[in-house]
Every structure is written in structure tokens, then in C-alpha cells.
Design a binder for this molecule. Sequence first.
Ligand SMILES: Nc1ncnc2c1ncn2[C@@H]1O[C@H](COP(=O)(O)OP(=O)(O)OP(=O)(O)O)[C@@H](O)[C@H]1O
Length: 282
Amino acid sequence: MEIEKILKSNGTSLSNWKKMPKPFRDVTDSQIFLILDELSYNREELREEHDRDILKMTDEQRKIYEEIMDAVIGKRGGVFFVYGFGGTGKTFLWRLLSAAIRSRGEIVLNVASSGIALLLLQGGRTAHSRFGEEIIYLSSDSIDPSDTRSVNDQALTPDFLNSIKASDNKLPFKMRRRQLPISVAFAIMINKSQGQSLSHVGIFLPRPVFSHGQLYVAISRVTSKKGLKILIVDEDGKPQKQTRNVVLISEFVFYPILCLFLFHRQVLVFHSISVCDYAQTM
Ligand SMILES: Nc1ncnc2c1ncn2[C@@H]1O[C@H](COP(=O)(O)OP(=O)(O)OP(=O)(O)O)[C@@H](O)[C@H]1O
């Protein structure tokens, strides 16, 4: 019963696994769990958090906050796309908006595409777990267009087609199975990768890295040269073997003097560095 409750609050149920035993009693509908969960926040605490943080908002955050809250309070709804560089206060804004709406006794469903982002949001869940949706298909199955009888059958959804085993050969329709070799990877910006050590790293450089020391940060995440692949492309997307390494102007002045002093020409910086040794087209 407890397992069924957890599954239902995640938008799924034991009945989705044929071999699993089912609970004797029917568990309340998942939507009721969802609503009860979402109404169980401590409104007083949220109100305090909101009243404290609202005073800290920047002008830009305040503008976005007011626009979204206007749409919520006026029940107009809307789709808002907020973007900004890392650390510019997007999560701060989500938290404030969530606190504002939840402290009014209303419901906020915080969802994100990755689990990491969710750790920062109260009650946050991944979109596919929250809505019980399977959003990643490792194979793209469809009805073969030559099967004109079944090709437009709406019951033959991608979800259903993906659940069919290759050995099911008595199908009343002709299926086209296109499998894609996918291995799970994780993409992050160079700034975010600081502090991590990884055995395999692919670095995509569609343009020169733009701040001091950033190329070093990216390359030094990987523990061996073998695990490193760099893809450098020019404006037309053609693979290249060089990129610019940007360093601070103070070092630009300082190092040539040092170089002259040491007669050690390899200490030069602010030149295009060759990454041929590292570069392998991904
Ligand atoms: N107006 C503000 N007043 C005080 N602190 C703030 C404000 N906006 C953001 N911060 C703080 O700055 C830090 C970074 O903000 P936040 O995590 O919201 O950025 P982000 O845009 O979501 O970053 P990322 O894209 O890297 O996830 C956090 O510690 C947050 O509490």
C-alpha cells in the first residue's frame, strides 16, 4: 500500500508492472495526493521567507517577479522564459515566487529537466517523475508507413510501441524500429565544472573561451589525456585545431618581461595555443 502511494504521487502505479502484486484496497487517486502534498507547506514560514527576501530583490528580479505575480493573481496565466548567466539569481527568483504563491495557499509545481537543479527548490521534482511521463526514448519506434491500415491509429502511441519487445513477432501491425546508440552524458558550463575530476571529458568550443583561465579549468577537469576530447569549430561549423587562450592583461605584460629575463620562450602567453596534441574530433 505504501509503495503504491509513493508510486501514485509520482504519477505511476503498481499496475504498470504486470508481475508486481497489487494492494488489496484501492489507493486514492494520485491527483488527490498531489494536491494534499502541495497544500501541506507551512504558510507562516513561507510568508516570513518571502517577506525577508522580497526586500533583497534587484530591479531586474523585481520586474520579472511583478509580471509573473500579476499573471497569477489576475488568473491570466502565461508562459515566461527567464534566462541569465550562472549565479545571476534565477533560483532565488523561483524560490521567492514559490513562497509568494504557496503562502497564499495556492499550488506551485516546481519541475526541472535535471535532478541537480531541483535540489535547490523546495518540493522540486523532475518533469518526467512529476507528470509520470517517459520523456527519453532510446529507440524511436513507429508504424511502418507501408502499413496504411495502422499508420494513423492513435492507440499505437510511441509509449506503447517502445514497450514492445523485439521478440513479439505476432503483431497485428508492421512496426519500424529505429534504434539509436545513446550513452548517457552530462553537459555543464565550464564555470560549473570547477572542482570536479572526471575520467571522460568532451569540450565543445564553438568560439574561443572568453575569460581568463577558463580553458585551463576545462582541460584540467579530466584525469588523463586519453579521456579528453575537444571539438573546436569555426563560424561555419568546420572542425579546427586551434583556439585562443585568454589571460589577464596584467599577465600579458608581466610574462613577456619574465620571458626575456629567463630567456625561456615557452612561457609566452596570450598567443593562440595549439591544442593539436589534445584535439581529437569527437
Ligand atoms: N537579490 C538577491 N539578494 C541576495 N542574494 C541573492 C539575490 N539574488 C541571488 N542571490 C544569491 O546569489 C546566489 C546565486 O543565485 P542563484 O543560485 O539564484 O543563481 P542562478 O541564476 O539560479 O544560478 P545558476 O544558473 O548557476 O543555477 C545565491 O546564493 C542566491 O541566494
